[in-house]
Design a protein around this ligand. Structure first.
Ligand SMILES: *Cc1c(COP(=O)(O)O)cnc(C)c1O
Ligand SMILES: [Zn+2]
Length: 370
């Protein structure tokens, strides 16, 4: 059966060959797709995320746009005597795990024959989309807040994308992009379900690298939920195919200064709370209005997880501690480490924490953090 798009609001189906990024009713689309995991074949393939080929919703191999990315190393670490396994997802061609989503989404766009796209982002998703568009020869316009780290802005421009640095909040950037999306295909990492079917590969790799055994707990930074909700999609697919029998707990971590999902979680509400965001060094997850709030909160609930917050001081402390162990990450990535440090660990609990973005992207900001 071919992949179909399905609206989360009115449940209408569309063939995945239609170039849609949302439903006619305005609802968010998800993908109805049967992933398969032929383990013996998978294990013989190259160590890239495309080894899970039967789980990736691209019809024809010739449309794949890839740098042979993924299969990033898992490594054991300890923070204050607490054992953890780190997934080094900052080691990607564009320097963040967003390349997982971009390789699948831009491959789909190639399959649809689309030649121009737009995207808005707080930086890393824009850089990832720009990199894969460069590889595919697709023109792209990227909207970002003008306060985004200069390293990320420069990276987007160097890939040849048209950069639009928008004054104001992240929401103002989204509004500017939505305007443009009336006429140009919106390669949005928050709206477009193909992006999530790329980010889901992180947990496929984690589980394969642990000998096809799931960890007990995953601690994931969350803004728009591309990694968190992608992980949930991936886990459900693995369970449906009986590769795992139960879902690990998903713990989402937000910066206290911008935590609409954590507030909604506390009230057990399924829409993101209106919060007045304060400035945070976790620029990559400073999302005031996540479009998939309901999916994210429901996913965490189904795994018996939690959504927690960490303070700016805790993020900075975790950032320095991670750097001193030799992992050069950007401040946003330190949110997950801070979440792990705060998390009350059971004795034998096996926890995996992804490191999501490279420190070299945030050089200017890092020099101001004491
Ligand atoms: C995008 C991003 C995240 C996760 O954010 P979501 O909005 O939930 O997808 C985490 N860390 C970094 C460095 C990121 O760029
Ligand atoms: Zn709909």
């Amino acid at each position: 059966m071919k992949a179909r798009l399905v609206c989360q609001t009115c449940h209408k189906y569309y063939p995945a060959s239609q170039p849609l990024w949302h439903c006619a009713c305005g609802g968010v689309l998800s993908l109805d797709f049967h992933a398969r995991f032929p383990i013996h074949k998978i294990q013989k393939r190259k160590p890239t995320l495309w080894r899970y080929r039967e789980a990736l919703p691209i019809e024809n191999d010739k449309h794949i746009v890839s740098f042979d990315e993924g299969f990033t190393p898992l490594i054991k670490e300890e923070f204050s005597g607490k054992k953890v396994v780190l997934k080094q997802d900052y080691l990607f061609p564009s320097g963040s795990f967003k390349d997982r989503g971009a390789t699948v989404l831009i491959s789909k766009i190639q399959e649809l024959g689309i030649k121009n796209v737009i995207e808005d982002s707080s930086g890393n998703a824009g850089a990832a989309i720009a990199a894969y568009c460069a590889k595919a020869g697709i023109t792209c316009d990227i909207y970002v807040p003008d306060t985004t780290s200069p390293g990320k802005l420069m990276q987007i421009q160097q890939y040849g994308a048209n950069l639009h640095a928008i004054p104001g909040s992240r929401e103002d950037t989204a509004t500017a992009a939505l305007q443009k999306a009336q006429t140009t295909y919106y390669a949005s990492h928050c709206w477009n379900p193909f992006f999530f079917h790329g980010t889901k590969t992180s947990v496929f790799e984690i589980i394969e690298q642990l000998g096809w055994n799931p960890p007990d707990t995953l601690i994931i930074p969350v803004g728009n939920g591309t990694l968190l909700y992608g992980t949930y999609i991936g886990l459900k697919e693995l369970r449906q195919e009986k590769i795992i029998d139960c879902l690990p707990k998903i713990i989402g971590v937000q910066a206290e200064n911008c935590a609409p999902l954590a507030v909604a979680w506390k009230k057990q509400r399924f829409t993101a709370d209106q919060v007045v965001p304060k400035k945070t060094i976790a620029e990559g997850i400073a999302i005031q209005n996540p479009v998939r709030a309901k999916d994210i909160v429901s996913a965490v609930k189904e795994t018996k997880g939690d959504i927690i917050t960490v303070s700016e001081n805790a993020i900075i402390e975790a950032l320095h501690e991670t750097h001193r162990k030799g992992y050069f990450i950007e401040p946003t990535s330190a949110v997950a480490v801070a979440g792990f440090k705060k998390y009350h660990l059971r004795n034998d609990e096996r926890v995996v924490v992804p490191l999501t973005g490279h420190g070299l992207k945030a050089g200017a900001m890092l020099s101001t953090i004491k």
